[in-house]
Design a protein around this ligand. Structure first.
Ligand SMILES: [Zn+2]
Length: 332
């Protein structure tokens, strides 16, 4: 079957080679993988194509550990995921392998981020106009029944209740998926999350989509928390330089491997190496060469290898570097 047809099937790709040193996927939505695969399968069935495998959590963590991606930060960024987060983390703990000695001493089996995603923030505030990309946001009961203030209280509550939540994120601004009417809600929510990160001395993990100027401006005005990560960095080289001068970490994901994304590669070259992190944002943003199918933490290894080649760095050195950078970004 041709590559083109493979993409159409949107199937799982093959596993990457094992990395010579463990790394950490700094941004994963593990609880969304199953639903994402279900959606793919609905489409496959409708088009008379084969269903693809919907992996168990054990299969996901085993595959990930087998290639050296020994931990991931689970990111809960909507109310439903926050309400069930402790259960999700218990499941991850049960299924996660002990890890290599390098990891065992530093990083618990389950670590997590929690926040109200900027696009969710607008919905909790009843702004549901069609977005610039033409989609009509779906406001569910969970949005109608909970104001933005109440939703943010639920983030604070999970921070207080579960010590495995060590990151506030993903929060920030998204001017692509939310119409202009919802921007004030996003800004308000972002500022509240900045406050939470500072109040609880947690790392802030930022989602910034087509909102670079305002994100930088708000961080400056409100005074950023001690540790900041830009998840799935999409700014240009000037922004990358400005961020790392401030000591903010930039996390690179699948899109850096895509042919058309020269700007992200240029941004990488402008990034101080001590601030480079890796992530999947799974089940989304699947890297080459498995692009087209769903994403999972194991595939961080593809992105690691790709970036180490781009930077002309030895793969083991690069993995060590990003591993240590991740610890620094988390304050552990
Ligand atoms: Zn994400």
């Amino acid at each position: 079957m041709s590559k083109k047809n493979d993409r159409k099937r949107r199937n799982w790709g093959s596993l990457p080679e094992k990395l010579p040193h463990p790394i950490i996927d700094t941004h994963a939505h593990i609880d969304m993988i199953s639903g994402w695969v279900d959606d793919i399968n609905k489409n496959n069935v409708a088009k008379n194509r084969e269903r693809i495998h919907n992996p168990t959590l054990a299969e996901i963590t085993n595959a990930s550990a087998a290639v050296g991606v020994e931990r991931f930060i689970q990111c809960a960024c909507e109310i439903s995921g926050i309400e069930t987060l402790s259960d999700t983390l218990n499941d991850i703990e049960k299924n996660q392998i002990a890890g290599s000695n390098i990891l065992k001493s530093n990083i618990p089996k389950a670590i997590s981020a929690a926040a109200i995603h900027p696009n969710e923030a607008a919905l909790h505030d009843n702004f549901c106009d069609p977005s610039p990309d033409g989609l009509i946001p779906i406001q569910r009961d969970i949005h109608k029944n909970l104001s933005l203030d109440e939703a943010i209280v639920s983030v604070e509550n999970i921070i207080k209740a579960d010590k495995r939540v060590i990151v506030v994120g993903e929060t920030g601004l998204d001017y692509f998926r939310t119409a202009e009417s919802g921007r004030q809600s996003q800004i308000k929510s972002f500022r509240e999350h900045i406050r939470l990160a500072k109040d609880y001395n947690l790392t802030l993990q930022i989602h910034d989509r087509l909102a670079h100027f305002d994100v930088m401006d708000i961080l400056q005005r409100d005074k950023a928390p001690e540790r900041v990560i830009f998840h799935s960095f999409s700014g240009d080289s000037q922004m990358a330089e400005a961020c790392t001068k401030k000591g903010w970490f930039l996390s690179f994901s699948g899109p850096i491997t895509y042919k058309t994304n020269d700007d992200i590669r240029k941004a990488l070259f402008a990034t101080n190496k001590d601030y480079i992190l890796l992530e999947t944002d799974c089940p989304f943003l699947t890297p080459e060469p498995v692009r087209g199918g769903p994403n999972a933490p194991a595939y961080t290894a593809y992105t690691a290898k790709y970036i180490s080649t781009l930077l002309d760095m030895d793969l083991e050195e690069f993995c060590k570097l990003t591993f240590n950078n991740t610890l620094n970004s988390l304050g552990i």
